[in-house]
Design a protein around this ligand. Sequence first.
Ligand SMILES: *Cc1c(COP(=O)(O)O)cnc(C)c1O
Length: 496
Amino acid sequence: MNYKSTRDSSVSVTSAQAIAQGISKDGGLFVPDEIPKITLNDIKALAGVDYRERAKFVFSKFLTDFSEAEIAYCVDNAYNTKAFDTDNIAELAHLFDGTYMLELWHGPTCAFKDMALQILPYLLTTSIKKLNSDKKVVILVATSGDTGKAALEGFKDVEGTSILVFYPDNGVSAMQKRQMTTQEGNNVGVCAIKGNFDDAQNGVKSIFTNSEIASKLNENGMMFSSANSINWGRLAPQIIYYISSYAQLVNDGEIKLGEKINIVVPTGNFGNILAGYYAKHMGIPVNKLICASNSNNVLTDFLKTGIYDRNRDFHATISPSMDILISSNLERLLYILSDENDKLINEWFDKLAKEGRYEVSQEVKERIFDEFSAGFCNDEETKATIKEIYDKYSYTCDTHTAVAVKVYNDYKSATGDTTKTIIASTASPYKFSGSVLSAIGEETEASEFELVDKLADVSKLAVPKSLAALKDKQVRFSKVIDKNQMKDYVFEALGI
Ligand SMILES: *Cc1c(COP(=O)(O)O)cnc(C)c1O
């Protein structure tokens, strides 16, 4: 299997090249040239094995240039109980009849980003070796909180790599900041910038595309790569947990083999829900993919009308990892739904860049309406939902997951659809203790760690070890720089 670029269908690279490169030179994203199929018999076989075996099976369909031993090396090193607090890697919790929470936050940083970022370093270093390169890979990340920490944990002390993370000084939660500034490892760097997330992201992008910086790295035996969700190496691992959870529901006798399910995903960059789309088209029986947004509801409007319009106010919400107006991975979906029409993709994304708006063709609209349903809710509704499921089911969920639950409840009332449903739960409630406690009606004037203790009292959920341990960790990174000093920071950190 090879990979094409969404902006130029004549591009054809191996999966190792797609992962090492991150993004195509024409600015397009890499997509597999076909979606590999799995049968109900395959799913039946997967029902009887563990997460690692399911992962190896799914990867073998996409990474056809990797050997079985290479895939096993990556999977076994990433998905184990050293990093995850459960040997199931992802947990399926029964919320209410026919509704299951797919808990994707049992990894080291307590957000679903770990599902991909624990394995990406292995996929990436294996890819680089396969390409006969001996370059050291330098990962640059701009983060609004979750991605930065998950990438740091994934890449720390991984031989042949360095990772540098930039975050907006006043744009992350206290716990997220603490997680990053205390990061351990000999190949890591963390730096705050005076500015917002967009400033950090623009700074990273301009370093990536600066040819002078690239040749300086090259002279020193280094190259840049990307750890954000435009990299296929981040998307492929996310397909696994949808297939795995379907197999698990069959194994547990919750559904019959072949029975359709719905999948609900709280969405920002459209990566996680796109992975659900791939799982469906590989062969797990899915009725609807339900896309949930917060007040930044550009995707809700798009999936209902076929018009993408980012010309609207940006809202800072209590589900900050979904505060986004440009969902990069949508480009992959549109490429597939337009039958790989790279001309149309260029046209639409040019319009997005110039006018902030585009409208897809009638044909693509119909396909979207057929597969997706979408909704959004505001902060007040998010909090009310946290309280409702806490009161009714003694289940404590984080703010992002609550958005998904609310949108699903609305969908159910509107359609009467009783199909069994998986809701992606994307973060531990401990990552957003303040908002969760205030939703439940608790006082929140306290330090981050006092809030964690309080949440433990009311939720009866074990405090994740990795978060509890932060309390005694030394702050290693306290540098705050101007946004135009990022390049100097990179050179200094790399010693070049
Ligand atoms: C990143 C993130 C999301 C959004 O996921 P996308 O793949 O960008 O759609 C949702 N919830 C949490 C907690 C996240 O960290």
